[in-house]
Write a protein that binds this ligand. Structure first.
Ligand code: HEC
Length: 136
């Protein structure tokens, strides 16, 4: 019995000593590996919160959307390109109601079909923020 207790004490103290020795290199290694892992975790979280913000509305990048989807026909500053009408000078209310008309399939000018196909994919939020961005 006594020998067992001694052995147990010995094993425990060896175990503790081993843990104590290992502690420093182990935590250094953990710190090294933790950094990239933490960085990898951070990006999905950031993306998620960005999506959540977009879902909540109000984060439409009207300038980016215009540059990507509209500027090729209406010009970088809305000055119009070739037969495509200029948007500069229209009010936000004009632009908003025209985009909604195109999206709803209402006939406007002779080239309604072109704009209808452009407006079809726009959400209410995108229309409102494009109108705010473009309108005078
Ligand atoms: C492929 C070329 C093209 C693209 C891309 C395009 N448009 Fe147009 N847009 C036109 C044409 C052509 C008209 C005239 C349509 C008509 O006859 O009613 C027009 C008309 C408009 C009008 C009405 C102008 C007025 O004086 O009544 C608005 C507002 C408008 N576009 C906004 C946009 C926005 C915002 C985008 C991007 C989401 C866009 N357009 C993308 C060609 C284009």
């Amino acid at each position: 019995m006594k020998a067992n207790v001694l052995l147990l004490t010995l094993v425990l103290s060896l175990g503790l000593a081993a843990c104590g020795e290992k502690k420093e290199p182990e935590s250094a290694a953990t710190a090294e590996t933790a950094t990239p892992a933490a960085a990898m975790e951070a990006s999905p979280t950031a993306a998620e919160s960005h999506e959540a913000a977009a879902d909540a509305g109000g984060t439409v990048d009207a300038q980016g959307l215009y540059a990507a989807k509209c500027a090729s026909c209406h010009g970088a500053t809305g000055q119009g390109v070739a037969d495509n009408p200029k948007l500069a000078g229209l009010t936000s209310a004009d632009i908003e109601s025209r985009l909604r008309d195109y999206r709803d399939g209402k006939q406007r000018g002779p080239k309604t079909a072109i704009m209808a196909s452009m407006a079809k994919s726009l959400t209410d939020e995108q229309i409102t923020s494009l109108a705010g961005y473009l309108g005078e």
